[in-house]
Design a protein around this ligand. Structure first.
Ligand code: URA
Length: 476
């Protein structure tokens, strides 16, 4: 076994070249990394282009020529190298190994497990870069020479400083600025972009005149009639709010918006606590299941008997997602074991699907209810509870990587397909999401049970069976 320690993408590149040249298979290499990403992504694209050019001109016999790595791989690798997952170096090497050992067109096979994972990582990095471009807010400071300098603090999820900084040097060319992140800082002196070590948030100024300006601007463009809280949260993730001056206005502005929306986001600070605090380091299903029992990300844990995690095989290709456990599920600790579960069972049977081959879970893991005498009546989870619980579902889906996800009901559909999803109009349509190639939404069995009109009820059952069948066909 070879133990290789890399600090940056360039390190990985030269190590990978040496290993390929020595014919060392991925199974015989153990990669380790450090957080210091300095040197990452240094002109990777230019390098790739230059190498290609040199190779074609000189026909030299350097290892890079013999392995002639396709440029799309280098581009993908440059992004994946910025992902925070320490497993990225191993994954990159094993993919590169396969490419140079006969699978030249591997990257075109997006159903391949390695390729799929790399694509997800690239997507996460690209999204993080996009968020950094959108959420960095500079604050003015006076330097000793009384020149103006702008400073911003940002906390990306991945090591993306070098991917994002050139954008700021183009956009704010005539300003001297510094962006601080925990891993790395970037400095622009109106001529040159340089990088330095990361710095804690305490180094960034808290407020100044610029902040008021931002607030005025934000208030002037904010239109309560068009407010979409979910979109806001998607576009302006809550974890960035503490560094955005305009975020302090959101509460006030939203208070004037329509009451339904107002209720959803009444106190945006409530959104900041999520199950992410309770996720285990190792995120396989067993570790997640153990960890969920300790979750206190929202108040639902106070009244529920227990957290109800998903059940099913870890290699399930089909995942069904419901809303939240009901009364029976809360007591038994398993999803879909009550009346809705019975209807689901018969529908699965009629669709030719074995329940034990399917993974069943819910968007929210604790039962939400209202007491009426001795009865506990189901209560729909609100957006704050759904938001708080979401990391569990996302981690389950990341661990399972199913072919197909079927959302049962509007809560699951809106959680995975977007707030604008309308079950009555979009039921049964196949969409690709970051969690699976096929995501379909269909009726929730509980909604069918509640349907008073018998004919309509029969029709909905048939539609449920038909949608389950389609989902199962796709996941074969
Ligand atoms: N309804 C759901 O959405 N999930 C369950 O587990 C039970 C009923």
């Amino acid at each position: 076994m070879r133990f290789i320690h890399v600090a940056c993408f360039d390190d990985w590149r030269s190590e990978a070249r040496g290993l390929l040249s020595d014919q060392i298979p991925p199974t015989e290499v153990h990669w380790s990394a450090e957080d210091d990403q300095l040197g990452l992504f240094d002109q990777i694209q230019e390098k790739a282009a230059t190498e290609k050019e040199t190779e074609s001109r000189s026909g030299n016999t350097e290892p890079s020529t013999r392995f002639s790595v396709p440029t799309p791989f280098l581009d993908l690798a440059g992004h994946v190298a910025c992902h925070q997952d320490p497993a990225r170096w191993q994954l990159l090497y094993q993919t590169l190994w396969r490419i140079v050992h006969g699978e030249r067109r591997l990257l075109e096979i997006s159903t391949d497990d390695d390729v799929h994972l790399l694509q997800l990582m690239r997507k996460a990095v690209t999204r993080d870069v996009h968020k950094m471009k959108a959420f960095v807010r500079f604050r003015k400071i006076e330097t000793e020479a009384s020149a103006e300098t702008y400073i911003a603090w940002h906390r990306p999820d991945h090591f993306i400083m070098r991917l994002a900084a050139p954008f700021f040097s183009r956009r704010f060319k005539g300003m001297s600025w510094t962006i601080l992140t925990p891993h790395e800082s970037a400095h622009w002196n109106q001529q040159q972009l340089t990088y330095g070590p990361g710095l804690p948030a305490s180094e960034a100024p808290k407020s100044d005149a610029l902040e008021d300006l931002w607030k005025t601007y934000y208030a002037s463009i904010f239109n309560p009639a068009r407010i979409k809280v979910d979109m806001m949260k998607r576009e302006m993730p809550v974890r960035h709010w503490p560094t955005l001056p305009e975020a302090t206005l959101i509460d006030d502005l939203i208070r004037d918006a329509p009451s339904r929306v107002n209720e959803m986001i009444e106190n945006y600070e409530g959104f900041s606590k999520t199950a992410a605090h309770y996720l285990p380091i190792k995120q396989d299903l067993r570790s997640l299941q153990q960890a969920v029992s300790k979750c206190q990300a929202c108040h639902l844990c106070n009244d529920a008997t227990q957290a109800v995690f998903g059940v099913g095989p870890e290699n399930a290709r089909l995942v069904l997602v419901g809303e939240q456990p009901g009364d029976r599920e809360d007591i038994e600790g398993e999803p879909f074991v009550g009346p809705a579960g019975e209807l689901l069972n018969t529908s699965l049977h009629q669709a030719g699907i074995e329940r034990r081959e399917v993974y069943l879970t819910n968007v929210v893991k604790h039962f939400k209810f209202e007491r009426r005498g001795k009865r506990r009546l189901h209560k729909k989870p609100d957006s704050r509870e759904i938001y708080a619980c979401r990391p569990w579902l996302e981690s389950e889906l990341a661990a399972l990587r199913p072919k197909t996800v079927i959302c049962l009901g509007a809560t699951a559909a809106q959680a995975l397909l977007g707030r604008d999803f309308r079950l009555s109009q979009q039921r049964g349509r196949i969409r690709m999401t970051e969690w699976s190639q096929q995501t379909i939404a269909t009726w929730h069995p509980a909604a069918i049970l509640r349907m008073p009109d018998k004919n309509r009820k029969r029709e909905m059952v048939q539609q449920l069976i038909q949608d389950l069948k389609r989902g199962a066909e796709f996941s074969e």
